[in-house]
Design a binder for this molecule. Structure first.
Ligand code: ZN
Length: 583
């Protein structure tokens, strides 16, 4: 654990503009700096850095935080790792305090589990590389043109015929088999004692986290038996919705190219990676999730989908596309000839021919529109309407109004109908995603009140007296309280400390957006008066939602002797008075 004051020191010494400039170019704009957001694709800068407050915020995708959270996202690091990296850059010595017993146990358990999976990976790799039992695996791979030089890079392995090969190997090395069972690599025999292995007679792909540590396995049969693939189950170290196969191998290239290619299978990954396209990751048996996209977003800001050229692949493409568009990431679809997958395509074609496909890839919506036209008969009205209806649904996922407009024009063109008959799909499609406008819109009175207090800490006393904090939702209240505490101690509130990782997704996001640029508050001549105005409108809002009718109904059922009766009566009177005062 790093002491709190060290974290603050690192944040202070590492100027946010200098830190961020290491990764992207920033231009001065008024008191702030601006640049193209590294976390989503954009052409006009909506990424703002406020050097005085040590925070950043993107009005395009809503990402925000301080210097530490920025480095976490860019480098794919945990919080302590990012602090240590920054500390090294600015010359702050950090001495870890010893971990508590609980922390130690949790850390120990995780490390133990990583150790077990690493041992198992070594066990499978050794069989494939050296053991007679691995002969089938070697022959199979040779048949697919994969020679032993790739075994190590891919941590390929082989699980032999034996029922308890892994179990007895790990037992001999003193590993507690209950721990291995927790990881799902072995199962308890239903009769009697002892364990049997999950993987038998299978080629093994080692699944690693982004740091390259093995966390699980995928196993493929070599004949036609079913299931063709099995994966080791979820465990504390292997959370499937957050793990993409090959991310550890791909992260450098993803970072350089700011793009990621997503494929479905292990062999697809291998084929493409081997062809020299290194920014590739695979979903391997799980549907693409938002968690996966968050991993990708640390390194890349656009996505290429490359699924099988059959109808299942087409469906998977559309599902993935919906998710990616909703996350506001530019998405392209690489199309393979019918009934080819990336592996089979590359077995017949050169890497250059594959790159050509990549260059010809179409924007996801373009692809989708052509799919729809191919599926429906657009020669008649019903068919045209079906295409328009289905396309509209997808279009609503697109956050950019200009893009939506362009695509509704394209839709009209393809269907040969007047755009007015289509009712300008673009306009109807206001989504709930965090567009710049929506984000500013959600920063309501409560956020403005906190931003006001932040900018004018001299009103802290008045703020307390007016009971303003009680009018705020819980998260904002605790921010207000810490600002008041700082003001009372005669200190400047620590903005970068407040706008931490919490600003990233949580209820504090609109506040973070206000704090990075609060120039609209600069013209207030009487902040004390503004405080009271904000409080009154908050109270008015609260009154609107108070259920006076519900209270009245409850009162009717109560005995006039009961204390609750009098409580409600008083509350209703209070409500009436407040309403007349505020109106
Ligand atoms: Zn952004």
């Amino acid at each position: 654990m790093i002491p709190e004051e060290k974290i603050a020191e690192v944040r202070e010494r590492a100027g946010i503009v200098e830190v961020i400039s290491d990764y992207m170019s920033l231009k001065k704009s008024g008191a702030n700096f601006q640049g193209l957001c590294p976390f989503h694709g954009e052409k006009t800068p909506s990424f703002n850095v406020n050097p005085a407050r040590g925070i950043f915020h993107c009005f395009g995708c809503g990402v925000g935080g301080n210097a530490v959270t920025f480095v976490m996202k860019m480098e794919g690091l945990s919080f302590p790792e990012a602090v240590k990296l920054l500390a090294k850059r600015v010359g702050v010595e950090i001495e870890d305090r010893p971990l508590s017993v609980t922390e130690l146990r949790r850390k120990d358990e995780k490390e133990q589990q990583l150790g077990i999976v690493a041992l198992a990976a070594g066990y499978y790799a050794n069989i494939l590389a050296h053991e007679p039992a691995g002969e089938d695996g070697r022959r199979y791979l040779a048949g697919r043109g994969i020679d032993s030089s790739l075994f190590t890079a891919y941590r390929l392995g082989y699980a032999a015929e034996s029922w308890d090969g892994l179990a007895s190997f790990l037992k001999q090395r003193g590993v507690a088999l209950e721990q291995v069972e927790k990881l799902g690599l072995i199962k308890r025999k239903s009769s009697g004692s002892g364990y049997f292995d999950l993987f038998r007679n299978r080629l093994i792909f080692t699944i690693a986290n982004v740091y390259g540590q093995p966390i699980g396995f995928g196993g493929r049969v070599l004949d036609n038996s079913l299931p063709k693939y099995i994966n080791s189950p979820e465990s504390p170290i292997y959370v499937k919705s957050e793990v993409l196969f090959g991310a550890d191998l791909a992260k450098q290239a993803m970072r350089e190219l700011r793009a990621a290619v997503i494929v479905e299978g292990y062999f697809d990954h291998l084929a493409i990676y081997r062809a020299g396209i290194k920014n590739v990751v695979a979903t391997c048996g799980t549907a693409l999730t938002r968690g996966h996209l968050q991993v990708i977003r640390r390194y890349a800001d656009k996505v290429y989908l490359l699924f099988d050229g059959d109808s299942a692949g087409g469906k998977a493409t559309v599902r993935a596309m919906e998710l990616i568009l909703a996350e506001q990431m530019p998405c392209f679809v690489i199309e393979l000839p019918p009934n080819e997958d990336p592996d089979s395509f590359l077995a017949k074609h050169s890497a250059a021919q594959f790159t050509e496909l990549l260059d010809r890839s179409r924007p996801a919506l373009d692809y989708y529109l052509r799919q729809l036209v191919a599926e429906e008969d657009t020669g008649n009205v019903a068919g045209k309407k079906a295409v328009a209806d289905r396309f509209r649904v997808m279009l609503q996922k697109v956050a950019d109004p200009v893009e939506r407009d362009l695509y509704s024009r394209e839709l009209a063109r393809v269907l040969a109908v007047d755009i007015r008959t289509l009712g300008r799909v673009g306009q109807a499609a206001e989504t709930g995603t965090a567009t710049a406008a929506a984000l500013r819109g959600t920063a309501g009175v409560a956020e403005s009140l906190v931003a006001l207090l932040f900018r004018y800490p001299e009103i802290a006393g008045e703020f307390g007296k007016a009971g303003a904090a009680e009018l705020l939702p819980a998260e904002l209240r605790s921010v207000a309280v810490s600002i008041m505490a700082a003001a009372a101690a005669g200190e400047k509130p620590d903005c970068a400390g407040i706008i931490d990782a919490a600003a990233e997704s949580g209820p504090l996001r609109p506040l973070a957006a206000l704090l990075v640029d609060d120039s609209h508050l600069a013209d207030i001549d009487d902040p004390g008066r503004a405080l009271h105005d904000f409080c009154r409108s908050l109270e008015r809002e609260a009154l609107k939602t108070t259920d006076a009718k519900g209270l009245r109904n409850e009162m009717l059922r109560l005995d006039s002797d009961s204390p609750r009766y009098w409580e409600i009566l008083e509350a209703l009177n209070g409500l009436r008075n407040r309403k007349s005062q505020l109106s």
